[in-house]
Ligand binder design. Structure first.
Ligand code: NAD
Ligand code: GLY
Length: 374
């Protein structure tokens, strides 16, 4: 199972997963009649891989330009959107032009949003180069930039035409980024697939973490990576196919994220806490809340926390910063876009492999869960 289909009627597309998959790009382009290709990437990915992508694109004889954005969350800003939009328009694109998003979730979210608004919508494809982008952000069509009022508040649902997840690009990913992406893999297993979680418990330490002893490079077990990315993408594809615009079940993918966003907001979405690190901490709090609602058991929570510990993902906010101000954290909670007025909604786990949307959660329920880990 290495190719996944996202079924969305005439907007369906494939996710190709494996080593060397980028070589499929010319075949995909051969019958599409694209007038021009814009490769959008960031400065880190450009240094490592832009030349090799360019040589593949060149072989198609389609005119192309590459644009290198600054790296990091700051790239998802109005200012950067404006700068890159103007650069792309300067290259005289038309409705048959294509954007290739070549990078992590930041480049994917920015490129997808640009594709959805330029000339009222042009095609784009995702070529994720981080584990987080491979297992989560490149699939499902959520695109966005950030506002001063919060993250991802300006965006669209806009599906790519193809996702090419070539695992060879992940070999240069810093170990910390790799682990952060892995938190989303655990999330996918927890919300939908107990067997997958058991597979991770049995294999991850040996095949994943122990192979990542050097902080700056990652020796990857390709077979294991293919499996965890395929499984995570399949779980996401199944959910998105049924609820593209998050009217219901798609919210399950946000398990652990309401807590995570609070900590990310408090740390200004900086490198102090990566998204995946906030997610492992957030999952622990969401599990505590699930237990308090009479769902998951203490033993199951311990099992999950042991798994995070084995992969050296944080489970306590203290592992990131010693002191947290609960008043600030509460303010961020109520700014979370998923909470209407004071009526809180959280994703909880009934048991490993089964998540539910819990409405009408009180502030006291929130405090009880967060204080257990603060
Ligand atoms: P990122 O794109 O900032 O990448 C992390 C860092 O790794 C960057 O410095 C980048 O330059 C570098 N990098 C990328 N590929 C590399 C490689 N192969 N080798 C070495 N370095 C590499 O961050 P991310 O974690 O991939 O994505 C985070 C973003 O994704 C956030 O903005 C978040 O909101 C978004 N997101 C979106 C969705 C969605 O559904 N659209 C889901 C989850 C997260
Ligand atoms: N990352 C959550 C979603 O795509 O819905």
């Amino acid at each position: 199972m290495s190719n996944i289909q996202v079924n969305l009627a005439n907007r369906s597309y494939q996710v190709l997963i494996g080593s060397g998959k980028i070589n499929y790009l010319p075949e995909f382009l051969s019958n599409k009649n694209y007038s021009k290709i814009i490769i959008l990437t960031d400065e880190n990915v450009a240094k490592l891989y832009l030349n090799s992508l360019i040589s593949i694109v060149k072989s198609t004889k389609i005119a192309f330009h590459s644009i290198i954005s600054k790296a990091g969350e700051g790239a998802k800003s109005f200012a950067n959107l404006e700068e890159i939009s103007e650069k792309i328009l300067q290259y005289e694109i038309d409705r048959h032009s294509l954007i290739i998003a070549f990078g992590g979730g930041v480049i994917g979210d920015l490129s997808g949003f640009l594709a959805s608004i330029l000339l009222r919508g042009i095609d784009f494809i995702q070529v994720p180069t981080t584990l987080l982008a491979a297992v989560d952000s490149s699939v499902g069509g959520k695109t966005a930039i950030n506002s001063k009022f919060g993250k991802n508040l300006i965006g669209s649902f806009y599906q790519p035409k193809l996702v090419i997840c070539d695992l060879d690009f992940l070999s240069t990913l810093p170990k910390r980024e790799l682990k952060a992406g892995y938190a989303e893999v655990v999330k996918s297993a927890l919300i939908k697939d107990k067997n997958f979680f058991e597979f991770l418990e049995a294999n991850a330490e040996k095949k994943f973490y122990s192979q990542t002893s050097n902080a700056n490079s990652t020796q990857i077990d390709i077979e294991f990576l293919t499996t965890i990315i395929s499984k995570s993408c399949q779980i996401k594809a199944d959910i998105v196919s049924l609820d593209e615009t998050e009217q219901g079940q798609r919210a399950l993918l946000n398990f652990g994220h309401s807590f995570a966003h609070i900590f990310e907001t408090e740390t200004n979405y900086s490198n102090e806490m990566l998204h995946g690190e906030a997610v492992s901490i957030g999952i622990m709090m969401a599990l505590e809340m699930s237990k308090n609602f009479g769902f998951i058991t203490k033993d199951e929570i311990e099992r999950i926390s042991n798994h995070f510990k084995k992969i050296a993902l944080p489970i306590l906010p203290k592992e990131i910063r010693f002191n947290w101000n609960i008043k600030n954290l509460s303010v961020h909670l109520y700014k979370d876009k998923k909470n209407e007025n004071k009526n809180l909604t959280f994703i909880l786990l009934k048991k490993i492999g089964e998540a539910i949307i819990q409405k009408s959660v009180s502030y006291d329920d929130f405090l009880l869960a967060i204080n257990k880990y603060l």
